[in-house]
Design a protein around this ligand. Structure first.
Ligand SMILES: [Zn+2]
Length: 220
């Protein structure tokens, strides 16, 4: 099963209103824990995301969140959660439903190719015929960047090259990620929902101080 939460139907107050699922953004932790309990999913496993390249295999719920940007599990009823507000929540699974993964893909993650490393790990764990869903994230028209950042990303992932509606340099991370996965034979579902343009979602680029929504995936 998989799910992308929105900012609706939680208890947090502005600017975290209302279904903020992140403890690290300055929201009241009691409200965050209440919001986490409101999500219609089994036990939630979160990670301390740092835009790195560490992937952890999760076998059970731990009171200490692992520092990582991707989690993989083969345990049933353990929901892997990736927290985002413009970065890409990437969910992957195999058709035989033996293995699932949740990956945090930002600009640095894309350059580090954490998604492809996670794919390799899933295959090493026995998964074949892998599918992926790219959840709501900042789009190629909204993610304006300077020349240096543009060059750094585009020299590695040319399909990330994009422009804003005003014609300035931008990055299309969802498209670049899709290209990288399709090149590996993965079937990709693209949500095509932009978090900056759609107020149903938290957006760091739009609001700066804000909450985080989650991409969730679990085996049943
Ligand atoms: Zn957009």
């Amino acid at each position: 099963m998989r799910q992308f939460t929105t900012r609706e139907a939680g208890v947090s107050k502005a600017p975290f209103d209302s279904l903020n699922l992140a403890l690290h953004v300055g929201d009241d932790s009691k409200d965050v824990m209440r919001n986490r309990s409101l999500v219609d999913a089994p036990s939630l496993a979160f990670m301390n995301q740092v835009h790195g390249s560490t992937i952890v295999v999760v076998d059970s719920l731990s009171s200490i969140e692992p520092t990582a940007d991707a989690m993989v599990t083969q345990q049933k009823n353990l929901a892997l959660a990736v927290l985002v507000a413009d970065c890409i929540p990437l969910l992957m699974w195999d058709r035989a439903e033996t293995t699932v993964a949740a990956v945090h893909v930002g600009r640095r993650g894309l350059v580090h190719l954490i998604a492809l490393s996670t794919l390799t790990l899933m295959k090493e764990m026995g998964a074949t015929d892998i599918c992926a869903e790219i959840g709501p994230a900042i789009c190629g028209a909204c993610y304006e960047v300077g020349q240096d950042v543009f060059d750094e990303v585009v020299q590695n992932r040319s399909s990330a090259a994009s422009k804003t509606l005003r014609g300035t340099l931008a990055l299309n991370l969802p498209r670049a990620l899709e290209t990288a996965l399709v090149d590996q034979g993965v079937e990709v579902i693209q949500s095509n929902v932009c978090t900056v343009e759609n107020e149903k979602y938290f957006s760091y680029r739009r609001d700066s101080v804000t909450g985080r929504q989650a991409g969730l995936i679990w085996l049943t």
